[in-house]
Design a binder for this molecule. Structure first.
Ligand code: ADP
Length: 247
């Protein structure tokens, strides 16, 4: 299907190193995050990551139901990633798909190292993620929004988790794979990373890479996560330190 970076008439990377949406190889899509967007949640965030539009709401620490799920030594984290039926071109059935169940699990595991739930035994922190519009890289954008929502909820955290994907497109390692590149490219690697702790909390790989490409892909994604981290901090600063901040 892929011939010299072309899929039908789509040029994934042109001779000047420009991608199908006009970006350079190490350029992320536009990222905008707003913290504290939901009145009824303890913490929340809205993210626009390219054409992805995602909202995250955090509730807790609160009582665990059903009770047998609680842990006497620590709090538990529950995470639900859900795509709205109108988030993709063809209507998505509202019932949780295998993909959504998998993403919910990996997002929970990516966030767990960041949150200090040992301070809240017998409680649960619930993270609800609603994808309003998806365009490739939605799990990374969801993780970025969930981190900000957890911080907005005042959950003690070791660090923020920042996430972005890197991948291989037309034999080149690129930052922040979009939907076309994901469908037609050679590899997609979502990475979640805690910048201050220098710790990777999520890494998945769809595709095949050589050892050198793998290393370059991880480093490209980590450098991208550091850019995302600045946007996350800005969102929290705007919420808590701008003149319009509520008490
Ligand atoms: P991610 O969104 O984290 O990149 P995937 O690689 O599984 O996750 O999906 C890539 C993209 O494919 C999504 O962002 C979305 O745009 C599209 N997609 C996912 N699920 C569906 C679906 N059920 N119907 C149509 N498009 C979908």
């Amino acid at each position: 299907m892929i011939m010299g970076g072309r899929v039908s008439d789509l040029v994934l990377l042109n001779e000047n190193g420009i991608r199908c949406d006009g970006r350079k190889i190490d350029e992320p899509r536009r990222i905008m995050i707003k913290a504290g967007v939901l009145k009824n949640a303890d913490g929340s965030a809205y993210i626009e990551f390219g054409e992805n539009k995602i909202i995250a709401g955090v509730f807790g620490p609160r009582d665990v139901h059903p009770k047998h799920m609680s842990d006497t030594d620590t709090g538990i984290l529950r995470c639900r990633y859900h795509m709205s039926p109108f988030s993709v071109e063809e209507r998505k059935k509202p019932a949780p798909s295998r993909r959504e169940i998998e993403i919910s699990k990996v997002l929970k595991e990516a966030l767990l190292p960041a949150v200090m739930l040992e301070q809240f035994p017998r409680t649960a922190v619930d993270v609800y993620i609603e994808v309003l519009q998806a365009d490739g890289g939605s799990r990374c954008a969801a993780l970025d929004a969930a981190s900000v929502a957890l911080a907005d909820a005042g959950i003690p955290m070791r660090d923020m988790v920042s996430a972005i994907a890197a991948g291989k497109v037309a034999d080149t390692i690129v930052l922040d794979v979009n939907n076309e590149e994901d469908q037609a490219g050679q590899a997609d690697m979502p990475v979640g990373y805690m910048p201050n702790m220098d710790k990777v909390t999520l890494i998945q790989l769809d595709g095949i890479l050589t050892q050198d490409e793998y290393k370059k892909c991880v480093q490209t994604a980590i450098d991208g996560c550091k850019l995302v981290y600045e946007v996350q901090k800005k969102a929290l600063n705007e919420k808590f330190f701008s003149n319009g901040a509520k008490a």
